[in-house]
Write a new protein. Structure first.
Length: 140
């Protein structure tokens, strides 16, 4: 059975210092990724990590990559990996996208704590949801 990804984009007042105060929240199987990973006070990504960016397609943006992993949750105040993040290796196959090797990490300790999660998504649905969320952010 494959996992289901939902993407929500909402304005977050705590992002007042960011260029874009919107936050991309990732929901897996109806539960917030923050909850599933014990992400604590971390927040979602910026809409800049949605397509055309390949950040969530296995080619992480340089400022959100550690040890070959892509950040999925980051500090909501500054967006800096030095404050901590939840990261995963994102592997894109012909039919599936898989998030493996999830960890809590930061720039000093990229592998601070492993997370016992692994998610496998239908590639077509995953890419469609990413593109739909990206289109919605461009309309707002």
């Amino acid at each position: 059975m494959r996992d289901e990804l939902q993407i929500r984009v909402a304005f977050q007042p705590r992002r007042a210092g960011w260029i874009d105060s919107r936050e991309v929240s990732l929901i897996v199987n109806g539960r917030a990724l923050l909850e599933l990973t014990g992400g604590g006070d971390l927040g979602g990504l910026s809409p800049a990590e949605l397509p055309p960016s390949d950040h969530l397609l296995g080619r992480p943006n340089e400022h959100l990559a550690l040890a070959g992993r892509s950040a999925l949750l980051i500090c909501p105040e500054c967006g800096d990996l030095g404050c901590g993040a939840v990261l995963a290796r994102i592997e894109v196959g012909p039919d599936v996208v898989t998030w493996t090797d999830l960890v809590h990490g930061n720039t000093l300790e990229p592998d601070h704590g492993p997370i016992a999660c692994r998610f496998t998504f239908d590639r077509d649905a995953y890419e469609r949801d990413l593109k739909r969320a990206a289109e919605l952010t461009r309309l707002r």
